[in-house]
Each structure stands twice: as structure tokens, then as C-alpha cells.
Design a protein around this ligand. Structure first.
Ligand code: CAA
Ligand code: NAD
Length: 283
């Protein structure tokens, strides 16, 4: 889209995917992470994904090279100070995100929109730590970003109509479908999805069935593309736990209590597909 500049904060599974779709839609993208190895992994992931698209003849090699050339990786936030839009996709922790939003507010030009890809946290609270809460919004992409059509757009208490309209337009320019929701824990997507995943983990914890059986029931019986335990691994068990904690704290209802088995896996470093072990092991 017309030489506009975007900065993506966090080069993990989501940040890399978001950078890829922005660059594919002609945005100049600055991809930032604290961790240089994570940054390199993010760039490698984008390259692999685009090479597959070339192999499948979905894009030409020239297009791949042009897309890659539009992405600049950096460990310095100031490289994105002239961005028109910033999309934050770091760890699902409110305090850490607040610190990043405070810094972004000081560094990035004042007209820019600051969006968060948070799965469940309050957009209103993120906006409140900045001097531009009217320009703070939730832009919740789904994993894997290049494939999934939905972007859940979350309006905080102070988000302006102008900001919402701009994010709607940007989402559509990426070939995605924006769906507007209000700012309550887990929004719509994770308020519905995550209790199902947590219940699947309780089902395993209580010995009702094996992990394979639980996943098979939901794949063959409900036509889900992935079983809930496989999906939890795919999302990241740390992220699943953070989301359940936000729901539990936000609604105060015991039905959102994270399963002890989920907590144990996270404590043990079994974070799912991104570390090659979770409920399952991966090559
Ligand atoms: N990047 C780019 N493309 C990818 C990809 C990736 N990471 N993973 C898969 N694809 C593409 C493949 O290249 C393939 O493309 P073609 O059809 O053009 O060949 C297509 O997606 C299908 O992939 P596969 O044939 O390899 O595998 P599949 O049919 O099993 O589909 C899947 C893979 C799309 C991931 C599918 O299993 C699926 O939809 N799973 C559920 C995903 C889901 O529920 N996501 C939401 C998670 S919740 C969330 O994101 C919100 C949150 O806050 C936690
Ligand atoms: P991830 O663990 O794959 O990546 C997070 C990245 O953020 C890492 O590279 C890490 O180095 C970096 N990071 C952490 N703190 C940072 C900081 N202060 N500054 C800069 N970089 C920092 O996580 P992910 O799965 O990509 O999730 C990122 C965000 O997207 C979370 O808010 C998550 O809830 C949300 N989300 C995740 C999914 C999913 O399926 N995984 C789907 C939608 C939304």
C-alpha cells in the first residue's frame, strides 16, 4: 500500500507473519525484536514461507525478492520512529506490553496508530499509558497469519472512530476481514476458543482419554482442522496459560480456572510447537 511504513514489535510466530503480510501488501516494514536470534528466526521464517509460495507458483520470484527487500530487521526502536502504524506482537504480559507502549508513545511520530495483537489483554489499559489513547487499538491476527482471514479489531474505551476506520481499511488492504468487537477479556475469539482448549486439557488431566483420542474426537467429530491439544501446542502453551489467566482474573468465574496440567507444562518449558515439545513432540 502506497509506500506507507509499518513497524512490527516482536519477531515471534505472530510478528513474523504480520511483517510478511504487510510487506506482501507493499508496506515498508521495520521488524523489531529485543533478541537478535529471535529476529533472525523471524526473518528465516518469512523467507521460507515466501519460497514455498514461489514453489507453488502463487507468487513470482521477483515478487518474493521485492517483498523481502521491504523488510528491515532491527533491534533499535528508533528505526521505526517515522512509521504510520505500529503493530505490537510481543509476549502476552500486560506489564511488559505497557512498558513497550510507553516507549513507543515517546519515540514514534504522534500521528501514528499504535495497535496491539494481544490475544486477551485490555486495549483500554494499554491506551491509558500513552498520550494518544484515541490512536490505540487492538488488531488481533490469527495464527498462521498468512493463511487466516480474520482480524479481530478491538476498540478501547478511548479509541476514536477515525482510528477504527483506518485499521479497517488497512486490514482490508492486507486481504483480511476485520470484525469489530468491544474491549473485554479475551474479546470474542479467545473467550470462546480458550475455555474449549482448557477443557480438553482437563479431559486429558482427568484421564478420560489419551491426547490422540481427544484430538481425534474433535477433528473427526466436529470437523476442526486441528484437535484442541494440537492447536494449543500450535498457539504456544505459555500464551494459552496467559489467556486463561486473563479470563479467570477478568471474569472471576471458576469456569475459567487454568488446568493444573497446563501450568505444569509451562513451568517445565513445554511451550508447544515453537520449542518442539508440548503435548506432542515435533521434529
Ligand atoms: N505460513 C504460510 N502458509 C501456511 C502456513 C504458515 N505458517 N501453514 C500452512 N500454510 C498454508 C499451506 O502452505 C497450504 O497452502 P495451499 O493450500 O495453498 O497449499 C495451506 O496453508 C494448508 O496447509 P497444509 O496443507 O500444510 O495443512 P493443513 O491443511 O493442515 O492446514 C492450517 C494448516 C491452516 C494451520 C490448519 O491446520 C488450520 O486451520 N488449523 C487451525 C488454525 C487455527 O485455529 N488458528 C487460530 C488459532 S487461535 C489464534 O490465532 C488467536 C489467539 O489469540 C491464540
Ligand atoms: P512468541 O513467543 O512466538 O514471540 C514473542 C516475541 O516477542 C519473541 O521473539 C520475543 O523475543 C519478543 N519480545 C518479548 N518481549 C519483548 C519486548 N519487550 N520487546 C520486543 N520484543 C519482545 O509469541 P507469539 O505467539 O508471536 O505471540 C505474540 C503476541 O501475539 C502475544 O500477545 C499473543 O497473545 C498474540 N497472539 C498469539 C497467537 C498465537 O497463536 N500464538 C495468535 C494471536 C495473537
Amino acid at each position: 500500500m502506497e509506500n506507507r511504513k509499518a513497524m512490527v514489535i516482536g519477531a515471534g510466530q505472530m510478528g513474523a507473519g504480520i511483517a510478511q503480510v504487510l510487506a506482501s501488501a507493499s508496506y515498508n516494514v521495520v521488524l523489531y525484536d529485543l533478541d537478535t536470534q529471535a529476529l533472525q528466526r523471524g526473518i528465516n521464517k518469512i523467507e521460507t514461507s515466501l519460497k514455498k509460495a514461489v514453489q507453488k507458483e502463487k507468487i513470482k520470484e521477483d515478487e518474493m525478492n521485492e517483498t523481502l527487500a521491504r523488510i528491515q530487521d532491527t533491534t533499535s526502536l528508533s528505526n521505526g520512529d517515522d512509521a504510520d502504524i505500529v503493530i505490537e506482537a510481543i509476549v502476552e504480559n500486560l506489564e511488559v506490553k505497557k512498558e513497550v507502549f510507553k516507549k513507543l508513545d515517546q519515540i514514534v511520530k504522534k500521528e501514528a496508530i499504535l495497535a496491539s495483537n494481544t490475544s486477551a489483554l485490555s486495549i483500554t489499559e494499554l491506551g491509558a499509558v500513552t498520550k494518544r489513547p484515541e490512536k490505540v487499538i487492538g488488531m488481533h491476527f490469527m495464527n498462521p497469519v498468512p493463511v487466516m482471514k480474520l482480524v479481530e479489531v478491538i476498540r478501547g474505551l478511548s479509541t476514536s472512530e477515525e482510528t477504527y476506520q483506518e485499521i479497517k481499511r488497512i486490514t482490508e488492504s492486507l486481504g483480511k476481514v476485520p470484525v469489530l468487537v468491544e474491549d473485554f477479556p479475551g474479546f470474542v475469539s479467545n473467550r470462546i476458543l480458550m475455555p474449549m482448549i482448557n477443557e480438553a486439557i482437563y479431559t486429558l488431566y482427568e484421564g478420560i482419554a489419551s491426547k490422540e483420542a481427544i484430538d481425534e474426537v474433535m477433528k473427526l467429530g466436529m470437523n476442526h482442522p486441528m484437535g484442541p491439544l494440537q492447536l494449543a501446542d500450535f498457539i504456544g502453551l505459555d500464551t494459552c496459560l496467559f489467556i486463561m489467566e486473563v479470563l479467570h482474573e477478568g471474569f472471576g468465574d471458576d469456569k475459567y480456572r487454568p488446568c493444573p496440567l497446563l501450568k505444569q507444562y509451562v513451568k517445565g518449558g513445554y511451550l508447544g510447537y515453537k520449542v518442539k515439545r508440548g503435548f506432542y513432540e515435533y521434529e
